[in-house]
Design a protein. Structure first.
Length: 296
């Protein structure tokens, strides 16, 4: 069925229900003559008279009544569904799908999601833990959580956490056997724990900067892993130095379980951001989530 045919059926139904071209035209915001032409075109296409017209009123023929019986429940269902969608825009409801790294989900996303779902029982939140970068539109996610420097330029990015710094740290046991590095160049004489990047598959080159001068160092060691908790466990066991964001390591440094080094070579970088397509029409539920996550 063509789009104009659906419009013709809707116009006929309005005339049949109102029993008047004048009232139906007013409801549809069109002229009486235009509406009369639309119904006549429908009758010609169907090859049957649908309305009986007199000077005083308009009434459906037998064929017209049958068509009304067919159209009325279908159009009522359409109106009901449209009203339901409109209601969703008036009250916070629906499911929000988000992709996130595990650490960001545990420390930032989940606390906000718990509060939001507690306040609004009609909101559902689905969190998918992924290390790889996701095509939000293709995989039908509403938003993602990633480090700010990894957010695509065509996305809207909302800051949801503080700036981060990369921290090099090792256990007290490790530093009983090895001197503390003074510059990143000293790392070539240390055993380091390598991070296998989940997105590109290569090894993470440790990034440093001092006085505006960046420096990347390729480190070596006995252990390589693509899982941050396992890398931290290896560092706590004295297997080598690790280089991870400070929100992973600072609690352990504060407890004395790890010792931080090369602190003056670790400038801040953008922290976690919620990102979503710029063309996305935000629902009330999604707007509430953005506001709950926004870093202030």
């Amino acid at each position: 069925m063509k789009r104009d045919e659906l419009g013709d059926l809707a116009a006929f139904l309005m005339v049949a229900e109102e029993r008047s071209f004048t009232r139906a035209a007013a409801q549809l915001g069109t002229s009486q003559s235009s509406l009369s032409h639309t119904v006549r075109r429908l009758e010609e296409r169907m090859g049957v008279r649908l309305l009986t017209r007199t000077t005083r009123n308009v009434s459906p023929t037998e064929a017209g009544e049958q068509l009304v019986e067919t159209l009325r429940p279908a159009f009522n269902d359409i109106r009901g569904r449209i009203d339901a969608l409109s209601a969703m825009r008036q009250k916070p409801a629906g499911t929000i799908r988000i992709t996130s790294s595990r650490h960001a989900a545990e420390t930032i996303l989940m606390p906000a999601a718990k509060r939001l779902m507690g306040e609004y029982p009609d909101i559902s939140i689905e969190i998918s833990i992924e290390q790889r970068l996701i095509d939000l539109v293709a995989e039908r996610y509403d938003a993602g959580v990633r480090l700010g420097e990894r957010v695509e330029k065509d996305m809207i990015a909302v800051k949801i956490g503080p700036e981060l710094r990369m921290v090099v740290a090792g256990s007290p046991e490790y530093f009983e056997r090895h001197p503390k590095p003074v510059t990143p160049h000293d790392l070539t004489h240390h055993t380091c724990i390598n991070l296998r990047l989940p997105t590109l598959g290569g090894l993470y080159a440790w990034e440093f900067e001092k006085d505006g001068r960046p420096l990347n160092v390729r480190v070596e060691g006995q252990f390589i892993c693509n899982d941050v908790p396992m890398i931290i466990d290896a560092a706590l066991s004295g297997l080598g130095l690790t280089c991870l964001p400070d929100d992973h390591l600072d609690p352990l440094v504060n407890e004395g379980k790890l010792i931080k080094v090369l602190d003056d070579w670790s400038p801040p970088f953008p922290g976690y951001h919620l990102y979503y397509p710029s063309r996305r029409l935000a629902s009330p539920a999604f707007a509430l989530l953005v506001d709950a996550l926004r870093y202030r």
